[in-house]
Write a protein that binds this ligand. Structure first.
Ligand code: IPM
Ligand code: MG
Length: 368
């Protein structure tokens, strides 16, 4: 059988630095576990704009469609702030999501024991937190038409459209229910059915899918604003949260911050199964390109490494290897090894991006 294939798009800012550490893990799997990947690399975001005048070339898009999984670092930076909207770095990422039809964005918010003191919330509110936000990723106000800036009379008007079809809602709801079955068996769906028709439809369809296909999963509904409040009040009440593209963008940042560090959280964006049975998939850290610390060895590579663990689990059915990698991260954190973002009052061993990667590889070695 052919090796599983990966396309690495490290992107901008700290993207290349954190991805270098993921490559160490990929190398380790090859030499120590006999698991070889066919790895190719490409450009996305600002670096692609610099080289080709577009944040994603058609050739790279084609490769993304062809491989088993895409690993992405981060895109964007102040250098690109003044670019025309159509060629901004983010457009490259949005094109990948849309054309690969990656409709289910899985964003776990997990509090690592060693970091519970790091949260802005009290320790007992966040210790042991483990929730999964499933964000719809290919529709809603991010992509709805009409959109644009138009002139009406003597002033301009900016328009975006929130739009969801029943099938778009149903398929992401199914992703959430499937995940809940393997976790705590609970889904909370968030929308604004009190003010938006798309929210009314969202509520109806998620309930119908649950009643007809997942009667064993408990489903509750919450207005998204109340959901934000409940997430900060008592986040452990949630297991899986399913929500639309824009609310998911906001709520997942909120949930990420609860856990203590944005630098720790991975994500998976999944679409329909390909001919080989694997889902179309892109894996990326939740954090951004952090241009302020780029190139200084300060970035935390853990979110990107844990994104690769998600790839092992969801694309390659290598759950045991994913567990081993996640365990190695926990071990290193428990040893007090800390990148700059994780340095708190209690101290620890300060390490660079590369050193953190090396420590995780050492913990992997020790696990054999
Ligand atoms: C995210 C980011 C993106 C989004 C940006 C970079 C386009 O905030 O993945 O959450 O808004 O979806
Ligand atoms: Mg976001």
């Amino acid at each position: 059988m052919a090796n599983p294939s990966l396309l690495i798009l490290a992107g901008d800012g700290i993207g290349p630095e954190v991805m270098t550490e993921v490559k160490k893990i990929i190398g380790w799997l090859g030499t120590k576990r006999g698991i070889a990947f066919d790895v190719e690399e490409g450009l996305v975001g600002g670096c692609s704009y610099d080289a080709h005048g577009t944040p994603l070339t058609d050739a790279t898009m084609e490769r993304a469609q062809a491989v088993d999984a895409v690993l992405l670092g981060a895109v964007g930076g102040p250098k690109y702030d003044d670019l025309d909207f159509s060629v901004k770095p983010e457009r490259g990422l949005l094109r990948l999501r849309k054309e690969m039809d990656l409709y289910a964005n899985l964003r776990p918010a997990q509090c690592f024991d060693a970091l519970a003191d790091f949260s802005s919330l009290k320790k007992d509110v966040v210790a042991g937190l483990d929730i999964m936000i499933v964000r719809e990723l290919t529709s809603g106000v991010y992509f709805g038409e009409p959109r644009g800036i138009f002139t009406e009379g003597n002033e301009r008007v900016g328009i975006n459209t929130q739009r969801y079809t029943e099938s778009e809602i149903a398929r992401v709801a199914r992703s959430a229910f499937e995940l809940a079955r393997k976790r705590g068996g609970k889904v909370c769906s968030m929308e604004k059915a009190n003010v938006m028709e798309s929210g009314i439809l969202w509520r109806e369809v998620t309930q119908k899918v649950r009643d007809e296909e997942y009667p064993d999963v408990a489903l509750t509904h919450m207005y998204a604003d109340a959901g934000a409040m409940q997430l900060t009040r008592w986040p452990k009440q949630f297991d899986v949260i399913v929500t639309d593209n824009l609310f998911g963008d906001l709520l997942s940042d909120l949930a990420a911050m609860l856990t203590g560090s944005l630098g720790m959280l991975p994500s998976a964006s999944l679409g329909a199964p390909m001919a080989n049975g694997r889902p179309k998939a892109l894996y990326e850290p939740v954090h951004g390109s952090a241009p302020d610390i780029a190139g200084q060895g300060k970035a935390n590579p853990i979110a990107c490494i844990l994104s690769f663990a998600m790839a092992l689990r969801y694309s390659f059915d290598m759950g045991a290897e994913a567990d081993r990698l996640e365990q190695a991260v926990e071990t290193v954190l428990a040893q007090g090894v800390r990148t700059a973002d994780l340095m708190g009052p209690e101290g620890g061993t300060p390490v660079s991006t590369a050193e953190m990667g090396a420590r995780i590889v050492a913990a992997l070695d020790a696990s054999l």
